[in-house]
Design a protein around this ligand. Structure first.
Ligand code: ZN
Length: 159
């Protein structure tokens, strides 16, 4: 176990970030809670931020507009070991998600909350030709909900 200081300038959350290293080398944060998608959320620069992104910026490089998604090579959303992370495009992110079928495996199946990231993914998958039915299975929500999302009846503010 070790502690990371992410240099929180806002001073809102000074709770130390405690990392436990798993057998396969994943850095799992044991001091902070994760959100519905399984990502650890910390206060950073006055806002809630996903810890793996914060650490990627701290140890690897700034996150660019060309490759704005930070993907896990280890398929462990909780992990924030910079060596297990890589930057990718939205298409990479979706490919990664579909190939690992992470959503179907678990988190959303028992939780009907869809965040903005998932809304973007749903619309992208639909554009790429997946049926609403397939998408609904992938995300564990019913098809009418997918229909409302792709037709922008809900989540209108997300593009
Ligand atoms: Zn890992």
């Amino acid at each position: 176990m070790f502690e990371i200081n992410i240099g929180n300038r806002s001073g809102i959350n000074t709770k130390p970030i405690i990392i436990k290293v798993s057998k396969v080398g994943c850095w799992e944060c044991v001091s902070h809670k994760c959100n519905d998608s399984g990502y650890i959320i910390v206060q950073y620069k006055g806002k809630g931020a996903r810890l793996h992104r914060v650490l990627y910026e701290k140890y690897v490089s700034e996150i660019s507009a060309e490759n704005p998604f930070i993907l896990h090579r280890c398929d462990n959303p909780k992990c924030c070991n910079p060596k297990h992370l890589m930057a990718g495009t939205q298409a990479d992110n979706i490919k990664d998600m579909v190939s690992k079928n992470r959503q179907a495996k678990g988190l959303l199946k028992h939780n009907s909350k869809l965040g903005p990231v998932n809304i973007i993914k749903i619309r992208q998958l639909y554009k790429e030709g997946l049926t609403q039915e397939r998408i609904s299975k992938l995300f564990g929500v019913n098809q009418s909900r997918v229909s409302r999302i792709v037709n922008k009846k809900t989540w209108k503010h997300i593009n």
